[in-house]
Write a protein that binds this ligand. Sequence first.
Ligand code: TIU
Length: 232
Amino acid sequence: MTAVHHIPAQPADFPFAPDSLALVVIDMQRDFLLPGGFGESLGNDVALLRAVIDPLAALLAAARAAGIPVIHTREGHLPDLSDCPPAKLLRGNPSHRIGDAGRFGRILIRGEYGHDIIDELAPAEGEFVIDKPGKGAFYATELSDVLVRNGIRHLLITGVTTEVCVHTTVREANDRGYECLVVSDCVGSYFPEFQRAGLAMIAAQGGIFGWVADSAAVRGALESAFSPIPAQ
Ligand code: TIU
């Protein structure tokens, strides 16, 4: 039987088996993180999300060194928008709507430059990239199959934004029986108050749908669980 390891976390230590752990990186796309993309078209200051990049790059490197599976997601739609519900397309008053021409190609459209992941966190060969039309990573995607096929039960969740795609994905995962630890400095929001409240909601009520820890705690646990970390 695989030994159980722990990450110091809120509201309590996060138990995991090394062979069932994966790192999930949600929607670290140019459309959300660069000026001129979808995030800014919604009226947001994208600079607030960029604080996530350095700690997440370090965690990604640690996950790769430990050899745990890495799963990236990208929010976006088919060029004909047939997978974009009218409610999502027409809601609000953005300067550019999904599918409009933007600085990095058509906004939030698969295959466009802006839809892809930022250079700093580009997926490595063999890592999973899940394209999702919704906010949650399970809805209308192959994520469940990837997790089952690879025996993954424990998820380290990172990416953007904390209160939208991260929360939706954690709630979806929790309902399906996955144990989720959200890495506090590797998730970001355009709204500091949502960042605080979003993280607090996860760990409140005894960890109502997950655990929260910072990346230093996670990296420390990876180093001891996977020691000696194989040379790259
Ligand atoms: N607008 C916002 O906060 N988020 C999104 O639209 N998508 C994700 O969170 N990825």
